[in-house]
Every structure is written in structure tokens, then in C-alpha cells.
Design a protein around this ligand. Sequence first.
Ligand SMILES: [Mn+2]
Length: 386
Amino acid sequence: MTAATAAKAALRSQAIETPSWAYGNSGTRFKVFTQAGVPRSPQEKLDDAARVHEFTGVAPAVALHIPWDRVDDYGALAAHAEKRGLRLGAVNSNVFQDDDYKLGSVTHPDPAVRRKALGHLLECVDIMDATGSRDLKLWFSDGTNYPGQDDIAARQDRLAEALAAVYERLGDGQRMLLEYKLFEPAFYSMDVPDWGTAYAHCLELGPKAQVVVDTGHHAPGTNIEFIVALLLRAGKLGGFDFNSRFYADDDLMAGAADPFQLFRIMYEVVRGGGLGPDIAFMLDQCHNIEPKIPAIIRSVMNVQEATAKALLVDRDALGAAQAEGDVLAAHAVLMDAYDTDVRPLLAELREEMGLDPDPLAAYRRSGWSEHIVAERVGGAQAGWGA
Ligand SMILES: [Mn+2]
């Protein structure tokens, strides 16, 4: 098998999960901009996600966010997805938008607030039972703004207690993915600021607890691929939230700001044998100023391109150069793969999959964008409600 054939086989089975919230309105803390044709319901978000999958062939799952995607009948929502060739992916919890959570959720000093937050997390597992979702994604906005505001270690104890209660509730085949974030909304201390904190909690919990790496949640200059390699080696990498950042948690399109970094991350994934179903390849982005569906298609393609380049690294040549201590030759092997234009290979793959070689052009021609602008009139557009 040639390298290109092997790469295509791996790319064909890659599943990139798109986030329901990326289809809705979003913005910064200054302004949420609305767009015509934006979904008014979780069902309409799935209708849009189905277009992304239709034209890329590799985006079969959609992550939900509760309460933004709350419905009366989650089984019916799963059926709605299935009818469109999709499945419901990770359930994302939200314990950051109620007034009660001003000082934290599961780490709040008041036990009543902690109980409320835990109740929401357990509700998310109930929803997973109904949707057939495998992963519960936990991100906590919890933290403090001022030294002395609360007891740092006590907050870790409260966090551990809540995580243990959720872990206990997980069914067979279900997992919890713990996300970390360096700062924001808390500015002095976040309760899960980094991979090490997430890893320590997941290690204590057991095999169903895994770390999720959101590429936008690190300090500038952080070597994210090192974290990926380390977590993979420890069997604790549960998934990714892909997005791009220039300065903070910008949530821009994956691969837009630093495609070389995305390639380096995907190389560690390939090298560590992580390109399978055990790792969730999710997008976590907001499209504030650009049209949403084509932006998501473009992001999926960017992840595919980085993956293709990572698959083309000549591992034998790299290993030989590394063993000989030939610094420049080893670096050249990696760069040769990165510098390869993989767009023809991906176009070929799409044609083999019965797809248009150019997903963005095919989407434009489909008329879906005009259709939703004409059809989705009235009602309340979905958004993250900030
Ligand atoms: Mn995230």
C-alpha cells in the first residue's frame, strides 16, 4: 500500500464532531451579532450539521450543550439526527450561566449551590442515556478573581467530590471528559487551569475519566503537542476541542491561526496511535462575523488537511534520522510532510467517497444558505445567550 493510499484509508474513517452552538448566534462579551437563517431549535441546528456532513463526509456527530439544546424528548432528537445521517455526540454541561454560580458551581463555598450544580451534571448523564451519547464534557468556569477570595485547596476538595459523584453515575460505555482552561472567566485562579490538574483528577477517578484538550485554553507559546503526547502515553487523552487563538480563548476556526501547530498536534496523535474512535475530535468554535455553515465546513477541512499531512510523515525515515542524532534530517522529514499540498489527495478521497471534491463549492451550489434565510423567519434564533 502506498503512503497516500494508507493516508486515505485513515482519513476516510476519521470522525470530526461539530458543536451545536457553532450553528447559532454568538459574539464577544461586547456584542452578539445575529445572522439571517440561523437555527431556532436544536432540530434546525442538526439540519445544518447534516449539510456539513453531506459535503465533507467526515462530520457525522454533533455535540449538544445543555441547557441551550434542551428538548422534551431526547430520544426524538436522536431520531431526528439519525434520519439525517448524524448521531448525537458529547453532551456539554453548563454550570456558568446562572446567577447562583457567581462564585463558582461545584466548587462554590455554599453547599446548596454545589448541590444544584451537581444536579445539572447528573441531568446531563440522564440525557446521555436517552441520546446514546458516549461522552459528558465538563468545563467549569469556577475560580477566583482575588488572592484570599476562597481557599484554593478546599475548592479542589469540592471539585473532587462532585466529579466522584458524576463518575459514579456513569453507565457502561460512558465517559467523562474533563476540560481545563488557563484563565477566564476567573482571572486569579481557575479551579481546573491546566492539563496537570485535569489529569490528576481523572487519574484519581478511574478509566472512564479522560482529559480533553481545548487548543484555545493555553498560555501563548504553550507546546500543546507535548501535552497531547504525554496524555496519549498515559492513556488519558479523551478528546479535543479544536479552535484557533491569537490572544486569548478566541474560538476562531481550527487551523486558521496556526496550521503548523495543528499539524504538530495531529502528528503526535498519529504517532501515538490515537487516530481512532477512542479520541473525540471535536470542534469548539464560534462564528461571530463569518457565515457559520461554510466556516464549519472549512474548519473540518482544516483538521483533515492537518491529519493528512501528519499521516504522510515518513515515520521510518524520521526514526532513522532521530536514532542517528541527525537533527536537520529529522526536522526535514517532518517539514517535508507539512509542506506537502494535500488538497489533491483529499479531493481524490472525496471523489472515492462519492462526494464533490470541493465541499465549499458544493455547499454554495446547494442553495441551502438561501433556503434557510427564506424559511427561518420568525421565532427566536439560537444563541449562547450572553
Ligand atoms: Mn472547549
